[in-house]
Ligand binder design. Structure first.
Ligand code: IMP
Length: 176
């Protein structure tokens, strides 16, 4: 275990097992359809790579990178990198690493729906339900977690720890 990690919440095996279940469920729900996966950079990369291995439907992938602002500009998200495909009339599944306040996903979902996709759903590996300030739910959730700062499997603090092959709680002294 990394020295900055206080406790491992989910091992690689647990993440893979749960992701496989999600993949099977999504494959059933979208049977016969073409699905566009939109990964939110950068945190969703390992989860998306894992998830797509278990999808048996026809899949296209794309990525967006957005910044969320809090404080004076609260509620705003700015697109740093947009997706490349035209999603009008298509079924879209946004792939996220974690939902915290819900601000980022609320805004991205609204943005993608304005592009007239046929459907827009959300899959997230982790959900911090207690931290939600905006009413938005994911359609598919890997794990509910308590309100702690977690890293690994794509999740970072200051761009560190993304490569850890598990999800762990970061020691407080590393970010306070
Ligand atoms: P929201 O807009 O508040 O839901 O924030 C979602 C984003 O905040 C995620 O995509 C992460 O980048 C980041 N985030 C929230 N909680 C954590 C955490 O515990 N560890 C790492 N990143 C987090």
């Amino acid at each position: 275990m990394h020295q900055d990690v206080q406790e491992i919440l989910f091992s690689l095996e647990e993440i893979q097992h749960r992701t496989r279940k999600l993949g099977e469920q999504i494959s059933r729900d979208y049977a016969g359809k073409t699905l566009i996966l939109v990964g939110l950079l950068k945190g969703s990369v390992p989860f998306m790579a894992e998830l797509m291995r278990y999808l048996t439907v026809d899949v296209r992938i794309d990525f967006m990178n957005v910044s969320s602002y809090t404080g004076a500009q609260s509620g705003q998200v700015v697109i740093k990198k947009d997706m490349e495909q035209d999603i009008a009339g298509k079924d879209v599944l946004i792939v996220e690493d974690i939902i915290d306040t819900g601000n980022t996903l609320y805004n991205i979902k609204k943005m993608l729906e304005e592009r007239k996709c046929a459907s827009c759903k959300i899959v997230t590996l982790l959900d911090k339900v207690e931290s939600r300030t905006i009413d938005i739910q994911a359609d598919y959730v890997g794990f509910d977690i308590p309100n702690a700062f977690v890293v690994g499997f794509g999740l970072d603090f200051d761009e560190k720890y993304r490569q850890l092959p598990y999800i762990g709680i970061l020691k407080k002294e590393c970010y306070e």
